[in-house]
Design a protein around this ligand. Structure first.
Ligand code: NAD
Length: 251
């Protein structure tokens, strides 16, 4: 029970990686806020987890909904100890093709949404006076050049730098800020961004020769949210089967 008594807000946790993170944190004793723009799915996920989860609808591209999310969290559960900025969207679009409104929508959700949630959470953690944990879900697409990653890669690279900036700014308040960069995972977003060609390529290029599972990201998030990671801040943990480490791969 590494997170006993902690209150964790996990954005975009109705399904996919966020759902796995919320389930794992609840198993470790946290009270979890399942928050998502899809409130019906969020309600179903919270009901499945049981008494250690509540659902609150919020679209992270809307500042007023984010503020209401944190107000409701503190009024219903008393505090916020952990924030996981997981909500994100992605499309594969070339720089020469992507439309401005699509670019702005991706940046707005993946980068500005994480900034606004972190701002709301950090203000409360600072006022509470007993520290906190912020975890940002970034991507290998923000670390390496990749065809069609345009706005998605730029949004995740921006979030990874914000991760470091927040780690430094919040250190005096006992708040740690870390990122997780997952390798490819076959969630809804994963399916939208992967063709059979990319699936075949990843199987050749990932040293462990497979896609990751949401639960493998969740265990990294539990670690970073726990006291086991008390002296880690400003770090990005790559959970990618060795993909980033790999150079030339022989068949
Ligand atoms: P997913 O599509 O399965 O789940 C994303 C969830 O976020 C959904 O429940 C969706 O409703 C919610 N969401 C989307 N926009 C939202 C908004 N504006 N406000 C609130 N909720 C919103 O995707 P996933 O693969 O589980 O992705 C989770 C995170 O992991 C994303 O940030 C994604 O960029 C990142 N990631 C995924 C992969 C991968 O291969 N799947 C790899 C690296 C990083």
């Amino acid at each position: 029970m590494k997170l006993q008594g902690k209150v964790a807000v996990v954005t975009g946790s109705a399904r996919g990686i966020g759902c796995a993170i919320a389930e794992a944190m609840a198993r470790e004793g946290a009270l979890v806020v399942i928050t998502d723009r899809d409130i019906d799915e969020a309600n179903r996920t919270a009901a499945r987890i049981g008494t250690s989860a509540i659902a609150i609808g919020a679209d992270v591209s809307k500042p007023e909904e984010i503020e209401a999310l944190f107000e409701q969290t503190t009024s219903r559960l008393g505090k916020v100890d952990i924030l996981v900025n997981n909500a994100g969207i992605g499309v594969a679009r070339l720089v020469v093709d992507i439309a401005l409104d699509e670019w702005e929508r991706i940046i707005r959700i993946n980068l500005t949404g994480a900034f606004l949630c972190s701002q709301q959470a950090a203000r409360r953690m600072i006022a509470q006076g007993h520290g906190g944990k912020i975890i940002n879900i970034v991507s290998l697409s923000g670390q390496k050049g990749g065809v069609g990653r345009s706005a998605y890669g730029a949004s995740k690279a921006g979030l990874e730098v914000l991760n470091k900036i927040m780690a430094v700014e919040f250190a005096d308040s006992g708040i740690t800020v870390n990122a997780i960069a997952p390798g490819p995972i076959m969630t809804e977003t994963g399916k939208a961004m992967h063709t059979q060609e990319t699936v075949d390529a990843y199987h050749r290029l990932i040293p462990q020769r497979r896609y990751g599972e949401p639960a493998e990201i969740a265990s990294a998030a539990v670690f970073l949210a726990s006291d086991d990671a008390s002296y880690i801040t400003g770090h990005t943990l790559n959970v990618d089967g060795g993909f980033l480490a790999a150079g030339l791969m022989f068949p």
